[in-house]
Ligand binder design. Structure first.
Ligand code: PLP
Length: 397
């Protein structure tokens, strides 16, 4: 079956028009195999994981742990902690590694391109511990100011950087950042929420100490994500949430903890979601992601060029390794109005600050309209979108 036909939601209409889903940077749609895997768990194998010996518990445990195994295989990682998403994964680093390893006067280097989920946890820790936060500026070419990065790196203990901007689609020079950071002894956290849906990463070769991402941006369910950790950084992490499953023994006097990833997965985990993500990871192996990425970035670059030719400002550069995200602002039509006009014809796009207010402040704007493309989007849909934008511009501008 053609890739696109495997997504039941793409058959629906919105306001009497076929749905054209261009809000993929917010969340992607799910193929039937993911929906089926989650339904099968609830209708056939529902049980809690890890403790009981009965058949259903065994099936649930196997399903949950298969997600971890597949994550390790796909990203060549030795430690994969399952979290509720990118946000929890970053907060986990702040609590489990940051609190154990950072003290008053230490510095964390962030960038102005970060999503709020890679800013706010560090602001909270900085306030609690008296840590200095430094921000690498974004240039007028929508890239990180690497000269400023080099200067700000001196004395930093941790560098946190977004793999690919959710507003601009720009992929950062991560290899250079990781190498330079390690030279000064700083650990590196990559927010790969928008990166890994578009490209495969060999985490061990890549060398970042921590990498966070969410299943729902790569055809998996909501409510689940992962934190990949290199073995030495893993040893430096202290448990954050206490409770069932993360312990080895508990007495009235105290507790001892698991030594593997379970140490950071207290309580009943996201079993159905892990089973759904496991199915999504298998499914992602059925096509060539690099080829899809090349096709999508070509579409995005073409859309960006067409919008610019209509007098619309486009934010981003749409280079070979960037994500297929087109953020734009019409000179006279308000973003919310634009999104409503598009929705009236079946086009789903996002507006607003995209949880990246410092970046938008740097760009001198308060929001954009964002059209983001993923593997099931077609050139024909992009052409329809451009045509619709022309008609809206002619009618309302
Ligand atoms: N980081 C980036 C770059 C994102 O685009 C997002 C989500 O939009 C997040 C972090 C947060 O992801 P989640 O809400 O799945 O935790």
């Amino acid at each position: 079956m053609a890739l696109r036909d495997q997504f039941p939601i793409l058959q629906r209409e919105v306001n009497g028009y076929p749905l054209v889903y261009l809000d993929n940077a917010a969340t992607t749609q799910k193929p039937q195999v993911v929906i089926d895997a989650m339904n099968a768990y609830y209708s056939e194998s529902n049980a809690n994981v890890h403790r009981a010996v009965h058949t259903l518990a065994g099936e649930a445990t196997e399903g949950y742990e298969s997600c971890r195994t597949k994550l390790k295989q796909r990203f060549n990682a030795s430690k994969a902690i399952i979290t509720s998403g990118t946000t929890e994964a970053i907060n986990l680093v702040a609590h489990a590694w940051g609190r154990a390893n950072l003290q008053k006067g230490d510095a964390i280097l962030l960038t102005e391109m970060e999503h709020h989920s890679d800013i706010v946890p560090w602001q909270m820790l900085a306030e609690e511990r008296g840590i200095e936060l430094r921000y690498v500026p974004v240039t007028q070419h929508f890239t990180l100011d690497m000269e400023a990065f080099t200067h700000a790196l001196d004395g930093a203990k941790l560098v946190c950087v977004v793999h690919t901007s959710n507003v601009l689609g720009v992929r950062n020079p991560l290899e250079e950042i990781i190498e330079a950071s390690h030279k000064v002894g700083a650990k590196v956290l990559i927010d790969a929420a928008q990166g890994v849906p578009h490209s495969t990463v060999d985490f061990t070769a890549f060398g970042a100490d921590f990498m966070a991402f969410s299943a729902h941006k790569m055809c998996g369910p909501t409510g689940i994500g992962a934190l990949l950790v290199q073995p030495d950084a893993f040893e430096e992490m202290q448990p954050f949430m206490g409770g069932g499953d993360m312990i080895e023994t508990v007495t009235i006097e105290g507790s001892t903890y698991q030594t593997n990833e379970h140490k950071f997965e207290a309580g009943t985990p996201r079993i159905a979601e892990a089973i759904g993500w496991s199915a999504a990871l298998d499914w992602m192996n059925t096509f060539d992601l690099d080829a899809e990425h090349a096709r999508l970035i070509e579409i995005a670059a073409w859309v960006a060029q067409e919008l610019r030719s209509m007098g619309i400002t486009v934010y981003g550069r749409h280079g070979e390794h960037d994500a297929a995200v087109v953020s734009f602002l019409h000179p006279t039509i308000n973003s919310e109005d634009m999104a409503h006009l598009l929705d009236a014809r079946g086009y789903a796009v996002r507006t607003g600050h995209h949880c990246a207010q410092p970046l938008l402040t740097r760009l001198g704007i308060s929001g954009t309209v964002r059209a983001s493309f993923y593997i099931y989007n077609t050139r024909k849909e992009a052409e329809g979108f451009v045509q619709e934008m022309k008609e809206i511009t002619e009618k309302f501008a």
